[in-house]
Design a protein around this ligand. Structure first.
Ligand code: ADP
Ligand code: GLC
Length: 492
């Protein structure tokens, strides 16, 4: 497996959690798993083992030193490629002044080539090379090349590419293609060409033996022009090789019964600890410590994908009327677009019941998940979404837009019966967000017994990485069969 992010080593969003947890689940199931990522500046070499190996791209670039560390106690190994000039910077993809490093195609191309070189040096023939998102989308192309060239290390290797977010495709000037070390004709033949530019994800989606994305609904949505970001035609063409496999929750990291970051531990049989968690959250955010007011929270990358315009847009966003007209508290943890970070601090200074923290803070994310009553996720699109899965697990009822993985994991409240695990709306408008938050708050004040039952029900919903790993294994088998020209067995 190759990835630009693996939790807890480097994380910009859910990709890191998903790759880390899936890798561990596969390794625990007895598979021989090696994960390769860059050794970024923030990853302390002192915590790693120097393997003594050096890997290269094979065309005159400097080599990388290879460090390793066990993947928790799963039996798998994480390898980190250390090359100061490429990865020795703060930031995974960029920094505030340069949000996408100019040399990202080369940085991540080296990662893929280095991973293949590592297999050769370890004399290890993988059955499957699994890549994630645009940064490692070159992997399927390289595997196809190695196979076509009859490379002894990879002649039986199949490639799988998982889409965690189609909104990011790795689109760069066509001139950068020359620096990837591929024959010039591959630009068109392997599908890099996209309106005259180089699109890394498109090449991966063209060349991989099998494709997946992170929820069944998103797998359907990306085949439509509304959600396809220009690649829906390609995805329809590859429809038979594309599946949606829902992410899970890593209970080692996200479990209110064992969470070391939260004020009191609790589970579905006894939620009394949640009250202490709510008080702790109110204290940390400087909100009045009051158990008798509903607390709505959000943890998010502040990006258009997350519905931040409709929620925080100056002049028209729903947050202002929600906080000024409803009896609730609102806490936000997020980082991302500068206008939104600014707006969050303006709202914090003007509204007594609204408080925001800007930045990435893993501990605080746990404090928020445990302490809030409701978790708001008005996403424009959401491939899977992990935050709402964590919320369900913490008895914090999600308020979400019906899209992608949110549609697959949150069950809408039925006022007549009290059924449901959250509150779901369809249209992404400030009005719908306002109405749905209002509805949740209404239920909190008037249907307390429903809310209590929903919390317990939500905590009982199981989103298991072992189940996901089983589905990935079936996908791997299909990819292997396709790569080796064997018949593909259905129903596996
Ligand atoms: P995405 O990957 O699109 O950002 P997900 O819901 O899949 O969305 O995953 C988001 C992950 O990132 C969650 O683990 C969430 O807790 C974490 N996260 C997002 N923003 C922050 C932040 N500011 N501080 C800490 N964790 C954050
Ligand atoms: C992406 C998506 C998110 C998904 C995560 C992990 O960042 O935006 O919906 O949960 O990847 O697969």
């Amino acid at each position: 497996m190759v990835s630009s992010e693996v939790a807890p080593w480097a994380k910009a969003g859910g990709l890191a959690d998903a790759v880390g947890a899936l890798a561990e689940a596969l390794a625990r199931a007895g598979h021989e798993l090696k994960v390769v990522m860059p050794r970024y500046y923030r990853v302390d070499r002192g915590a790693l083992e120097d393997t003594g190996l050096r890997v290269g791209s094979g065309f005159g670039e400097p080599d990388a030193t290879v460090y390793s560390t066990p993947l928790e106690d799963s039996g798998g190994t994480l390898y980190l490629l250390d090359r100061e000039d490429l990865y020795g910077r703060d930031g995974i993809y960029g920094v505030p002044g340069e949000t996408d490093f100019r040399d990202n195609p080369m940085r991540f191309a080296f990662l893929c080539r280095g991973a293949l070189d590592l297999c050769r040096q370890l004399d290890w023939e993988p059955d499957v090379a699994h890549a994630h998102d645009w940064p490692t989308a070159l992997m399927p192309v390289l595997v196809a090349e190695a196979r076509a060239a009859g490379s002894p290390s990879f002649h039986k290797t199949a490639s799988v590419l998982s889409i965690h977010n189609l909104g990011y495709q790795g689109v760069y000037p066509a001139a950068d293609f020359a620096r990837l070390g591929l024959a010039p004709d591959r630009f068109d033949q392997a599908g890099f060409e996209h309106y005259g530019r180089m699109n890394l994800l498109k090449a991966g989606l063209t060349m991989a033996d099998a494709l997946s994305t992170v929820s069944p609904t998103y797998a359907r949505e990306i085949q439509t022009s509304d959600f396809g970001f220009g690649l829906d035609g390609l995805l329809r063409w590859r429809s038979a090789d594309l599946v949606g496999i829902l992410n899970g929750v890593d209970l080692g990291d996200w479990n209110p019964a064992t969470d070391p970051y939260i004020a009191a531990r609790y589970d579905a049989t006894d939620l009394t600890g949640k009250a202490a968690c709510k008080a702790a959250l109110q204290r940390e955010f400087g909100l009045p410590e009051n158990p008798d007011v509903p607390l709505v929270a959000m943890i998010s990358r502040l990006a258009d994908q997350k519905g931040i315009g409709e929620l925080f847009g100056p002049m028209y966003g729903a947050a202002w009327p929600i906080c000024s007209e409803m009896d609730l508290q609102f806490a936000v943890l997020g980082s991302g677009e500068a206008w939104c970070e600014r707006e969050l601090s303006i709202l914090s200074s003007r509204l007594p019941n609204f408080k925001a923290r800007v930045g990435m803070d893993e501990r605080l994310a746990h404090v928020v998940e445990a302490g809030a009553d409701f978790f708001l996720m008005p996403s424009r699109y959401e491939p899977c979404g992990l935050s709402q899965l964590y919320s369900l697990r913490y008895g914090t009822l999600p308020v979400v837009r019906r899209t992608g993985g949110l549609a697959d994991t949150v069950e809408n409240y039925e006022q007549a019966t009290g059924e449901g695990t959250g509150f779901v709306f369809d249209d992404l408008t400030p009005r719908s967000i306002y109405d749905t938050v209002g509805w949740a708050v209404w239920a909190w004040y008037n249907k307390g017994e429903h809310i209590d039952a929903m919390r317990k029900r939500a905590m009982g919903r199981v989103f298991s990485w072992d189940r996901a790993a089983t589905e990935y294994l079936a996908l791997y088998r299909r990819a292997i069969a396709r790569a080796r020209g064997e018949p593909i067995e259905e129903n596996e």
